[in-house]
Design a protein around this ligand. Structure first.
Ligand code: ATP
Length: 313
């Protein structure tokens, strides 16, 4: 169980998956609660492998995974009844319409015929497919195909959906639409979402929580807000003076004397890596004592992409 925000939705303990030539997951231990969680990692980081193990579609070599309280190794059927899955690659039969396909997937998930048709109409409308839903999918754009894949993951009214690279192949506008749809899956229906991407920045707006994996190992797991807050920095720009012809250098030395490390950046800027309020006062006092002019002092939040790059070995 997670502390605070309710029951754990996905939980893994020392999860390892070895293929003959590569270790795709390497002792992965993590705990994911309700809401939208972004699973970020470069190509080959192990995201798809993790999803298949969670769904009970592939066995782990070692360790355990639990989804909605069920053991992935032993209770795959129970998990798949309550979990929707949007696979990464194109898997749609070209001669079939979106409506026929999603009804079929609903029936496969155990819905009776009438319920399957009704749910299909609702989910296709939700993902933004209207008249086109009666046409064969072979003629669909990538964006429309991604929407059908999303609809079939939602048709049986799951409690959780696992979306593997849903923005793959989309242009920036299509990507924004898809991310908006994903966010609404949670806000409109209360369904929890695990969404993967190798594009680090895009999950920042969509997710409540971010998990970063690399080489099958956990790099970070934290709320999106704390991800950026904890890594905020303070940018300070000062003028030069007669006494201090290089104002930035003088301030840097003065701050070092007060135990605060500042790094020079282009354009007379000093950057202090901190989220600590007290550092504001230290900087302001040092600037005043040196008799420099304070041009600006602003807190800059790092973008997740930068944080991730810094975490790379
Ligand atoms: N069935 C398999 N047999 C052998 N190796 C595999 C198999 N599936 C995945 N791998 C390897 O395991 C590693 C992790 O692959 P995985 O597909 O889980 O990564 P990913 O993060 O989803 O990346 P991508 O987005 O490129 O699919 C890769 O090195 C991949 O080549």
């Amino acid at each position: 169980m997670t502390s605070g925000v309710g029951a754990s939705v996905i939980n893994t303990t020392a999860l390892t998956k070895r293929y003959p030539r590569v270790t795709a997951l390497d002792g992965l231990t993590m705990d994911i609660g309700p809401g939208v969680t972004g699973l970020v990692g470069a190509n080959g980081a192990g995201k798809s492998t993790l999803i298949k193990i969670l769904l009970g579609l592939a066995p782990a070599t070692e360790g355990t995974a639990r989804v909605l309280g069920h053991d992935s190794a032993a209770e795959g059927t129970a998990i798949r009844e309550q979990v929707g899955y949007m696979p990464e690659h194109d898997c749609l039969p070209p001669d079939v319409s979106a409506t026929e396909f999603v009804v079929h997937m609903g029936r496969m998930s155990g819905l009776p015929p009438t319920a399957a048709r009704e749910r299909t109409a609702d989910t296709l409308r939700h993902v933004g497919l209207y008249e086109e839903r009666y046409r064969p999918m072979g003629g669909y754009s990538t964006g429309m195909k991604q929407r059908v894949k999303l609809a079939q993951a939602l048709v049986h009214d799951p409690r959780l959906v696992l979306l593997d690279e849903p923005t793959n192949g989309l242009d920036p506008a299509g990507r924004d639409d898809m991310l908006g749809l994903i966010r609404r899956i949670h806000t409109d229906f209360g369904i929890s979402v695990l969404v993967t991407s190798h594009l680090l920045g895009e999950l920042e707006r969509t997710s409540d929580h971010i998990v970063v994996i690399d080489g099958g190992r956990l790099l970070r797991s934290q709320t999106t807000a704390s991800f950026t807050e904890a890594t905020a920095s303070l940018a300070v720009e000062v003028t030069d003076s007669d006494t201090h012809p290089d104002g930035a250098a003088a301030l840097r030395a003065a701050l070092a004397g007060r135990g605060v490390e500042a790094t020079p950046a282009p354009g007379q800027l000093l950057v202090v890596e901190t989220a600590d309020e007290a550092v504001y006062d230290t900087v302001r006092d040092a600037v005043a004592e040196l008799g420099l002019g304070l041009v600006r002092m602003e807190q800059r939040r790092h973008r997740i992409a930068e944080v991730f790059q810094e975490a790379q070995p």
